[in-house]
Design a protein around this ligand. Structure first.
Ligand code: HEC
Ligand code: HEC
Length: 204
């Protein structure tokens, strides 16, 4: 029986390591406890951000944080239909504001080719300085920490925004036909808090 037992123990260790692996499935969000085994504080911090990055780089977030002044759509981040100029203010142009179509709540689009119309009050494009598409996760991390680009937020305000903001929260309730962001906003918020508590290090 002895070899069997140690075999099981070894398998147990492998499972633990697999759980702590930031490269775990992209549709499963691990809680901060999964990273407790990483002894080096900066390394643990960066690994926590990589895990939170499953949400940050999800199409539900990236579609509103594009590199041009026009949103993208769907899991493939195709150009928005119809073409939209969000303008510097992010809310669209007179005559075609975002909220001419996007209401306060998700709306079913029965009988059309659209999945459904996403909704939240307000609905607008992230400012140019907060563009994430085309950036590496490290670059996004640096952007998010930089008050000159993140809307003059300190880390406490970043935590509040990520973990509590209801527009961010839309990504977990995105309406019919759309894949929600992985996990829950609560666990995402815990990951961001743990990242901050360990020094908010950015991945390499
Ligand atoms: C003419 C109507 C209309 C206007 C104006 C409009 N949208 Fe949309 N938008 C839609 C529809 C319909 C969809 C859903 C398409 C689908 O998923 O099939 C959509 C989808 C999106 C999505 C994709 C959500 C996702 O993750 O798939 C984003 C982001 C978005 N719009 C942002 C904006 C922003 C920001 C503005 C203003 C700058 C705007 N839209 C203006 C109709 C509009
Ligand atoms: C409908 C569009 C939209 C969606 C969807 C969206 N955002 Fe944003 N985001 C914005 C806008 C607009 C701002 C600027 C708000 C402000 O500064 O008060 C912003 C700002 C931010 C900021 C603060 C500044 C910075 O460092 O970039 C963070 C963090 C953020 N969003 C995270 C997310 C995350 C995470 C998701 C997905 C879970 C998400 N957003 C989805 C529109 C969106």
């Amino acid at each position: 029986m002895k070899p069997l037992t140690s075999c099981a123990a070894a398998a147990g260790i492998v499972t633990t390591l697999a759980w702590a692996n930031p490269a775990s499935p992209p549709d499963k969000l691990q809680s901060p406890a999964a990273f407790n085994d990483i002894k080096d504080r900066a390394e643990r911090s960066a690994a926590l951000f990589v895990e939170a990055g499953k949400v940050i780089t999800h199409p539900r977030c990236l579609n509103c944080h594009p590199s041009a002044r026009s949103p993208t759509q769907g899991d493939n981040r195709q150009p928005h239909v119809p073409p939209i100029d969000a303008g510097e203010g992010g809310m669209g142009q007179p005559g075609l504001f975002c909220m001419s179509c996007h209401q306060a709540k998700n709306v079913k689009a029965t009988g059309t080719k659209f999945r459904s119309i996403p909704g939240h009050e307000p609905w607008m494009l992230a400012p140019r300085s907060m563009a994430w598409q085309g950036l590496s996760l490290r670059e996004i991390c640096e952007q998010v920490k930089d008050p000159a680009r993140n809307g003059n937020r300190d880390l406490a305000k970043i935590s509040e925004h990520m973990g509590k903001d209801s527009l961010v929260g839309w990504a977990w309730h995105p309406g019919e036909g759309r894949t929600p962001a992985p996990g829950t906003q609560a666990v995402f918020g815990e990951l961001i808090d743990a990242w901050i508590a360990t020094g908010a290090a950015c991945p390499k």
